[in-house]
Design a protein around this ligand. Sequence first.
Ligand code: HEM
Length: 203
Amino acid sequence: MTSSPAPAKRSKAPPIPHQTILAKVFHWVNIISLLLMITSGLQIYNANPVFGGRGGWQFPTPFLLGGWLAGGRHWHFAAMWFFALNLLWYGLYILISRRWQRRFASASDLKALQTGRNPKRKAYAWHRLLYTAVIPILLLAVLTGLGMYKPAQFHWIVDLFGSWQALRVVHFISVPTVLLFSLVHSLMALRVGGLRLINSIFW
Ligand code: HEM
């Protein structure tokens, strides 16, 4: 009796994650416009630091865009259209395609985090919580920015925050918050799907 050769071991690589072209476009425009918003925003900041006034600590030149206050403002107000309209169309797309049902946190995610035992389910819940938390943060950046951009037309936004200084502080806080979100979001994606998942979001 001849024994048949053992079947060759086929390596079972997990399937390459698939992202829609719209998600890729959104991520590219978001990253580029945010970089422009942050570096031009810091240029505006340096002209009269939110913390400490004109004598306050300033950000070093490599982090700045625009050369001087007016240049920074031009960049900031040009990039804001890309940033805000990108958020708007992607938000509408998520809403119309009903993707929000899978992307955003629900009561079951909170329950999974509190009492769940399945680590995969918990990781999924953290992802959805993070997606949900970043929306009000980005919207707050737009709202406070609008209040400072057109204070006469949007005086109610200035009133809502109580003072110009409070408006500036809340607007500025969007910088560390967005950076922290990007870091945690990327690390979590790396942990769940490795570099393949990160690549699939961009290419
Ligand atoms: C549609 C969205 C936005 C609008 C309309 C907007 C508008 C503005 C305006 C009007 C100013 C003050 C300009 C001045 O005092 O001359 C400003 C400052 C600034 N913005 Fe934005 N912005 C927006 C989004 C963002 C985002 C997303 C970031 C970063 C994540 C950002 C970062 C900054 C920083 C760091 C400053 C300097 C803070 C200060 O000195 O008051 N902005 N923005």
